[in-house]
Design a protein around this ligand. Structure first.
Ligand code: SAH
Length: 359
């Protein structure tokens, strides 16, 4: 399978010269037949990587409670769109909707919109959310024109990126070319964006890599305009950093790092999210972004400990032990608790976002 994808990429490079990392990621992730997201069993214990909603139902339940609170704080706008970007197996949305049965006004006024590109994952979501009648779209432009309450866990890290570095005032793009015996390797090619990059990254030293995602920028701009028009809230959770530089492209297969240029289409390609880019973009659009907060602190603020105690009382033996270690994994500072970060976005002048804006 990976040979076919490799042949396709090699022939494109032979025809056009080295390709950008973004183009390479598009092939490897989204190719209809051989791309990573057309594979089965990618997310979860049996798959290649595990995400917070797959670790414990408590994650989705607390996110649901947070989102519903922001909806109540904004005067329960009705109807509204409850949107998830990249829902994976559909687990977080299922847990949100289960938890929010206690607030039927919320679930009853929500149109559930899932933004998903992968037909395989769409099928998983369909099975898991059969009772809830969601709508699938591929493009955020198609999110309905109404108040918007949106969540995205490990979505932005999955979007294609480009990498650049400079030598004095000349910029080079890290690209993928061919060695003399036809193997893929990284090469630097002179960039056409010298002026723009010099303006944006004036103080970056030579040879330091910066990463840009045009797709992420585009998606965030469209979401910002929807929020400006109709109001609402967006919550982004991802592994990442605030400002700074460096190469963060990574390939993961079967819970281990792999070489991004090998086994094409068989490993998940991601990069770390630079939350400062989100912060600046939405603020420039006239919205309000919160500070970035670690997932551990966010979940503690939402009362994960007491929720977990309640569940623990109904469990025993192995199940109880698994539950305790799952909650620790989500919150511990040396685990997902500090690797993952949370940022909220909302309209200027609207109520403070719980936990993220309460000091
Ligand atoms: N949120 C889920 C899955 C994360 S994996 C979880 O936490 O378990 C990334 C998800 O984003 C997958 O569902 C993938 O198919 C989807 N995705 C990646 N790129 C996309 C794009 N450009 N448009 C829409 N969905 C995309």
């Amino acid at each position: 399978m990976d040979m076919l994808l490799k042949n396709l990429i090699v022939s494109e490079i032979t025809n056009t010269g080295p390709i950008t990392i973004s183009r390479f990621m598009e092939h490897c992730l989204y190719h209809k037949q051989f791309g990573y997201y057309s594979r089965k069993n990618t997310i979860g214990r049996q798959g290649d990587f595990i995400t917070s909603p797959e670790i414990s139902q408590v994650f989705g339940e607390l996110i649901g409670a947070w989102l519903a609170q922001t909806w109540v704080d904004r005067g329960m706008p009705t109807p509204f769109s409850l949107v998830e970007l990249g829902p994976g197996n559909g687990t977080m949305m299922r847990d949100i909707l289960n938890a929010m049965r206690t607030l039927p006004e919320f679930t009853g006024s929500a149109s559930i919109i899932l933004v998903e590109k992968s037909p395989t994952l769409k099928d998983f979501q369909k099975a898991k959310l059969a009772n809830h009648n969601p709508t699938w779209i591929e493009n955020v432009l198609d999110i309905p024109e109404e108040p918007l309450f949106l969540i995205a866990n490990e979505f932005l890290d999955a979007l294609p990126i480009r990498q650049f570095k400079k030598n004095n005032n000349n910029w080079f793009e890290r690209s993928i070319g061919l060695t003399s015996n036809g193997e893929l390797h990284f090469v630097y090619i002179p960039s056409n964006f010298n002026n723009e990059l010099n303006l944006l990254y004036r103080d970056i030293p030579n040879d330091v890599i910066i990463e840009i995602s045009d797709i992420a920028k585009n998606i965030l701009s469209i979401l910002s305009e929807k929020l400006l028009r109709h109001g609402g809230v967006a919550l982004f959770i991802d592994y990442g950093y605030f400002g700074g530089t460096g190469e963060t492209l990574q390939a993961v297969s079967r819970h281990a790092f792999s070489n991004p240029l090998e086994n094409l289409g068989e490993s998940d390609l991601t990069s770390q999210v630079n939350f400062k880019n989100i912060y600046n973009l939405v603020n420039n659009k006239g919205l309000r972004a919160t500070n970035m907060l670690s997932q551990g602190k966010f979940l503690m603020g939402l009362g994960i400990k007491s929720r977990s105690e309640l569940l623990k009382e109904q469990m025993s033996g192995m199940q109880r032990n698994l539950h305790i270690s799952a909650v620790n994994r989500l919150t511990d500072e040396d685990k997902m608790g500090s690797i993952f970060q949370v940022m909220g976005v909302t309209n200027v002048g609207s109520p403070a976002l719980p936990i993220l804006e309460s000091s």
